[in-house]
Design a binder for this molecule. Structure first.
Ligand code: NDP
Length: 329
């Protein structure tokens, strides 16, 4: 019997294990045009926390008691669809389960690149696209810029660090703890702030970037965003990607330096990665070449087994991952 995780109750604050329930899925014969996929890799992502709230957003909320969804890579084990054969490795959005049955129109074959398949959930997938387009298009970052990126040891942040260095920028990252900071430095960052060290982030950033920053890539919000405002140079550009600091608390952020937006003509622009999905092919070519050449280092934190999926998800909020957080089924 196929199994899936369902949301049992909507979390209030930090999700708890009791908010999740494993359910068995009814046998599903294949209809015309459908494929059956044995999932091999499942993605957990911070945006899923938003889908646990019953509010209107850019993705609909998870339905209580129903299988959850998310990015997944798997192998076709049965096909009733033209163009899909048993053994094909594919990507789709019916994650949080060990087996998926869905129309082939909702499944993408993986491009033939010499990289491990799970890279398509990380640097060659949604987080990689977020880093790539957020930095180069939304923030219009260019050679010579000084870039500050928060959650720099995570999937998106560590990719931002590396793309920025490859394109001739000075990079300051922030991450939680000495070990993660050392790793971000090893990726090429010029300086890394340990935001858990007790030093106010604005003070640490002023020391790391005495002439200020041109670009802020925001994954965190809160005190990080305020610190970036405090350090922003004239015509700085902020790509607002995520605010993980408030996903569980929902707390309002006090921005003491917000008024600097005016005098310094700071541009603050939010984005959703899907804004750039029509450019996926060009992205995969460019990033695929960077991965193949070793310009981009791939890092994953792998949690074993479907049973541990909630652990992997909760780990995103406690810094449990370096690089992309993945579950291997
Ligand atoms: P990560 O791999 O970065 O995992 C989350 C990391 O965030 C943790 O490892 C932890 O690292 C850090 N973190 C957690 N809580 C806090 C906190 N309160 N303050 C500071 N850091 C914290 O996740 P992703 O790379 O997948 O996502 C990064 C951000 O990008 C998220 O905000 C996400 O929602 C957003 N995003 C937005 C997209 C868009 O389309 N706009 C698409 C994809 C992602 P540490 O140990 O350093 O604290």
């Amino acid at each position: 019997m196929a199994r899936a995780w369902a949301l049992k109750s909507r979390p209030n604050g930090m999700p708890q294990h009791t908010d999740f329930a494993m359910i068995t899925l009814p046998d599903q014969p294949l209809a015309e045009g459908q494929v059956r996929i044995a999932n091999r890799w499942l993605s957990v992502d911070p945006y899923m926390r938003g889908r646990m709230n019953d509010v209107k957003s850019y993705v609909p909320p998870f339905v209580l008691g129903e299988p959850m969804q998310g990015g997944a890579i798997g192998e076709v084990v049965e096909s009733n669809a033209d163009g899909f054969a048993v053994g094909d490795m594919v990507q789709h959005m019916l994650g949080w389960r060990d087996e998926a049955v869905l129309p082939a129109t909702e499944v993408q074959k993986l491009p033939a690149l010499d990289v491990p398949v799970q890279a398509f959930l990380g640097q060659l997938g949604m987080p990689g696209m977020t880093a790539y387009f957020g930095l180069t298009e939304v923030a219009a970052a260019k050679s010579g810029d000084t870039v500050f990126v928060s959650a720099a040891a995570g999937a998106v942040g560590s990719t931002v660090v590396q793309i920025a260095k490859a394109r001739g920028m000075t990079v300051i990252g922030s991450a939680g703890g000495a070990e993660k900071c050392a790793w971000v430095k090893s990726l090429g960052a010029d300086a890394v702030i340990d935001y858990k060290s007790g030093v106010p982030i604005a003070k640490a950033l002023a020391e790391a970037a005495p002439k200020g920053i041109d670009v802020y890539f925001d994954n965190v919000g809160g005190e990080h965003l305020d610190a970036a405002l405090s350090a922003a140079r004239m015509h700085a550009r902020f790509a607002i990607c995520g605010m993980i600091d408030v996903y569980n608390s929902g707390a309002a952020t006090e921005l003491r330096y917000l008024a600097r937006v005016i005098g310094n003509r700071i541009q603050i622009r939010g984005f959703i990665v899907s804004d750039f999905f029509d450019r996926r092919d060009a992205f995969v070519r460019d990033m695929g070449a960077m991965l193949a050449s070793g310009t981009l280092k791939r890092e994953e934190t792998v949690i074993e087994g479907l049973n541990a999926m909630p652990d992997a998800f909760l780990g995103l909020f406690t810094g449990g991952n370096k690089g992309k957080m993945l579950v291997r089924v």
